[in-house]
Design a protein around this ligand. Structure first.
Ligand SMILES: CC(C)(COP(=O)(O)OP(=O)(O)OC[C@H]1O[C@@H](n2cnc3c(N)ncnc32)[C@H](O)[C@@H]1OP(=O)(O)O)[C@@H](O)C(=O)NCCC(=O)NCCS
Length: 148
């Protein structure tokens, strides 16, 4: 498994994984395209030995703050440590870039993702009521990078 920068050529496969994984919350192709153009954003793909996309993730960075805006592993590749691999990559990059804090939002019922984030030191700091389209709440989680 290898981490590469996400490029336009990956978007067809990324979109298929995105739809399968997020359903009504899926991002549109146009949204991914504009994210790839943004100077504030950093997107990665994990590719396997056959060049197939196993997962992808994106974060935005503004001054000393970062936010994970998307992280997803294709269903056949889950529970193999790829989520952890992408989190480790981002945290190392943030330390390098002197980022102080990282935020993210997650469905309160998404225990798999919440466990992943807690493993890297993220803590729940607040709840956004009815944040998702179906009315589920979101936890806002924060990682204080100085505490690492
Ligand atoms: C959340 C997601 C990215 C995790 O990716 P993954 O590659 O399967 O995760 P990893 O194999 O690296 O596991 C990382 C940690 O997640 C947790 N985890 C993984 N699978 C789990 C499961 N079935 N149940 C509970 N916790 C689980 C564990 O804490 C695990 O660490 P451990 O193996 O040391 O115990 C993946 O499940 C996914 O893409 N889900 C759908 C999209 C999504 O919900 N994204 C997050 C939106 S906020």
């Amino acid at each position: 498994m290898q981490i590469v920068p996400m490029q336009k050529k990956h978007l067809k496969n990324v979109m298929a994984i995105e739809k399968e994984s997020f359903g009504i919350d899926s991002w549109s192709l146009q949204f991914f395209q504009s994210e790839l153009k943004s100077k504030l954003s950093h997107y990665i793909c994990v590719i396997d030995k056959d060049n197939k996309i196993a997962g992808y993730a994106g974060c935005r960075m503004l001054f000393e703050d970062a936010e994970i805006v998307n992280i997803c592993v294709a269903p056949p590749y889950r529970k193999l440590g790829i989520g952890k691999m992408m989190m480790r990559y981002f945290i190392d990059m943030w330390i390098d870039r002197k980022i102080q804090r990282a935020y993210l939002e997650v469905r309160v019922g998404n225990n798999v993702a919440i466990n992943l984030y807690k493993k890297f030191g993220f803590e729940t700091i607040s709840t956004r009521k009815g944040y998702y389209k179906d009315g589920e709440d979101a936890y806002v989680m924060l990682l204080d990078i100085n505490k690492l």
